[in-house]
Design a protein around this ligand. Sequence first.
Ligand SMILES: *Cc1c(COP(=O)(O)O)cnc(C)c1O
Length: 390
Amino acid sequence: MSHKLETKAIRTQMERSSFLEHSTPLHLTSSFVFEDAEDMRASFAEEKERNIYSRFTNPNTSEFITKVAQMEAAEDGVAFATGMAAVFGTFAALLDSGDHIVSARSVFGSTHTLFTKYLPKWNISTSYFKVENPAEIEDLIQPNTKILYAETPTNPGVDVLDLAYLGKLAKKHNLLLVIDNCFATPYLQQPIKFGADLVIHSATKLMDGQGRVLGGVTVGKKELIREIYLFARNTGSSLSPFNAWVISKSIETLPVRVDRHCSSALKIAEALEKHPQVEWVKYPFLPSHPQYEIAKKQMSQGGSIISFGIKGGLEAGRNFINAISWLSLSSNLGDSRTIITHPASTTHSKLSEDDRLAVGITDGMIRLSVGLEHFEDIFEDINQALLKTV
Ligand SMILES: *Cc1c(COP(=O)(O)O)cnc(C)c1O
């Protein structure tokens, strides 16, 4: 069917049972039964496609995977218990000892820890390029480089990387291009259309979108997905059927939610840019964003995340947080509730100041995940808190 993404998000559904339920039922079962010895043999030999055990497959996780794969224009996918399990499972399944990754310097904190602390245990090394200077990627590629990795927009800096350029480089050097598309969602950006081989999501964020469950997914080329699936199935990072059911239902409203997140975020970013207490604002669809032209080329809207700098540094950042009245202080993002984080004193406080600045995290930087409340109410709380930082 050639339905549009919004329709696929709603109408991609597993087969109905004999009850003819309208909404997908929840399949809470650890295993599935066999008819007889021959059915058992054929099922384990994978001669037929059927559910055996929920660590392998489950109708609810299959529906979730099919939905995300369709929205990302991918051939197939694997579901994981969390976004980090998807990131780790993807690398662990595809890389061998001695392999090398080229990654953007600015990546999600736990992904950075994976590169610096855990993958080196298996002799897998990583070199980093600056998001402002992707031209240096070619200098970092070695004979043993296997994966080119990036997030766009990045967390928490909201930098944008040119997907068409990364796709071209990956093809030229025969690398796998793996993109964490968590901030954009498939509704705003589909990296596979620009040459990505695999796309990873933390479904915890905008896919659930209501801050309830954790989940992750990797989608992409069938033969790569097969490797990742076998790794996941044998190592046990499977998504729970309940979480898959919640997220799959949430994806039905992803496009309308993301539309509202984006329209409010753009209005708030514009208002922040004019605010006397604000030093700088970074939002992909503000013309002042350093990669505005690239963002316009590959994203249909700017997303839900804004980063901005408050005049007065660390102290002002902390004062601002303390003056917030009802918006949430939390480390999650992509929620219906607006969330504010101060990376320098929380998620990135363990980095040295130099390391923080290298990925664009200044002392006064605030990460704002714009929720679905009325944008005037959101801005009013931010504004009253900003006025108290002086
Ligand atoms: C949150 C996040 C992850 C990790 O996802 P979890 O579901 O928390 O494990 C990975 N990448 C990005 C960009 C994220 O924001």
